[in-house]
Design a protein around this ligand. Structure first.
Ligand SMILES: Nc1ncnc2c1ncn2[C@@H]1O[C@H](COP(=O)(O)OP(=O)(O)OP(=O)(O)O)[C@@H](O)[C@H]1O
Ligand SMILES: [Mg+2]
Length: 332
């Protein structure tokens, strides 16, 4: 009896993976179905299960496909490679423009300078600009196993949700399920290899976008970026609450644009006020990981695609970012 390919796919769609509550095709990836008369070959990648459950799955599938009239069934089932990411840390801010991406980028490079294996996942669906900060103009390469190969800069593996878009500068309206799927893909289908730290640049704020991204990833910790300004601190507290509600421990707060260093005379002025980060840290019992000055070189580096920490000139910011990276290693 001739078996139809669509019938085989229907069987795959309606089979549970033993030992899980998941359907084969909702959590697995179909690599191919080949039907030649009454001979059927299927290759599929699934999350790891025990040998016993794998045998049960093979039995069930063989029986069901034979039930369609096949006389010979070849199953090639392999397991998704587990990601070896030690600490995935989401970087959040209560509001936009406080320097979340700048901080993520520089802290990532600082951690790499300290010998750690580091990745950055730019999950800011509203403005994925981490590639700009790293000076990346190209798109990542996808290998034969359909794995996305991250782009490496300054010792850091970088992937951005912008890479999934036709034109990253055109605003997109992402719907919840699409965001979840895209973020999961960036986490699971990227060849991160072994990482000590994966820093995730979240969309600004604590609205739907930030929440969806946060819920879609297996996060170990959160970090909150704020400026010393009252309004920024008030908003950043919401980011702390977001992590708390999701039961994600917060590693600490980073205060950015803490004081301005005049490029001519070196004088410090606290243009955004003083003490916001400290107050937040004390009130919430969360460490203040560091205070990053507002320095011309940081902005210049960002625009040129060179993280301030990798610039030749010796700036105060460089030392601050190195200290923050050391603190992160201590507390994580
Ligand atoms: N410490 C700093 N010194 C000087 N300029 C800075 C500093 N931090 C950030 N900037 C500049 O401020 C601007 C905003 O920074 P950035 O893009 O990192 O913020 P963001 O919080 O990620 O913003 P968005 O909410 O749009 O994602 C950039 O032009 C950046 O170069
Ligand atoms: Mg940003």
């Amino acid at each position: 009896m001739v078996v139809q390919q669509t019938q085989v796919i229907d069987v795959l769609k309606s089979t549970f993976i033993p030992g899980t509550k998941k359907m084969l095709l909702s959590s697995g990836m179909l690599r191919g179905v080949d039907v030649k008369g009454d001979k059927v070959s299927v290759s599929v990648t699934i999350p790891k299960i025990s040998d016993e459950n794998l045998n049960r799955l093979k039995e069930v599938l063989t029986k069901r496909i034979k039930g369609l009239g096949a006389t010979e069934v070849n199953l090639e089932i392999d397991f998704k490679k587990e990601q070896k990411i030690k600490y995935s840390i989401a970087i959040a801010s209560g509001k936009g423009g406080v320097g979340k991406s700048t901080v993520s980028t520089n802290v990532a490079v600082a951690l790499a300078k300290l010998g750690k294996k580091v990745g950055v996942l730019d999950a800011d669906i509203h403005g994925p600009n981490v590639p700009i900060l790293f000076g990346i103009n190209e798109r990542p390469y996808v290998n034969e196993e359909k794995k996305i190969i991250p782009i490496e800069r300054y010792g850091v593996k970088v992937i951005s949700i912008g890479f999934l878009l036709e034109n990253p500068s055109t605003p997109v309206i992402w719907r919840g399920p699409l965001v979840t799927k895209a973020i999961e893909q960036l986490y699971n289908d990227v060849e991160w290899g072994e990482l000590d730290y994966l820093l995730i640049d979240l969309p600004p704020g604590t609205g739907d976008a930030a929440l969806t991204v946060t819920q879609s990833l297996p996060l170990k910790y959160g970090i909150v970026v704020t400026t010393p300004q009252k309004v920024s601190v008030a908003d950043a507290s919401k980011a702390l609450s977001m992590f708390k509600e999701m039961k994600i421990p917060v590693l600490g707060i980073i205060e950015n644009m803490s004081y301005f260093i005049c490029p001519k005379c070196g004088e410090r002025s606290e243009i955004f006020g003083h003490g916001g980060g400290e107050k937040m840290s004390l009130e919430n019992g969360v460490p203040l990981l560091g205070k990053v000055p507002l320095e011309m070189k940081v902005r210049e580096g960002g625009d040129k695609g060179i993280p301030a920490i990798s610039m030749e000139e010796d700036t105060e910011t460089k030392h601050v970012f190195m200290d923050i990276a050391k603190r992160i290693i201590e507390v994580s």
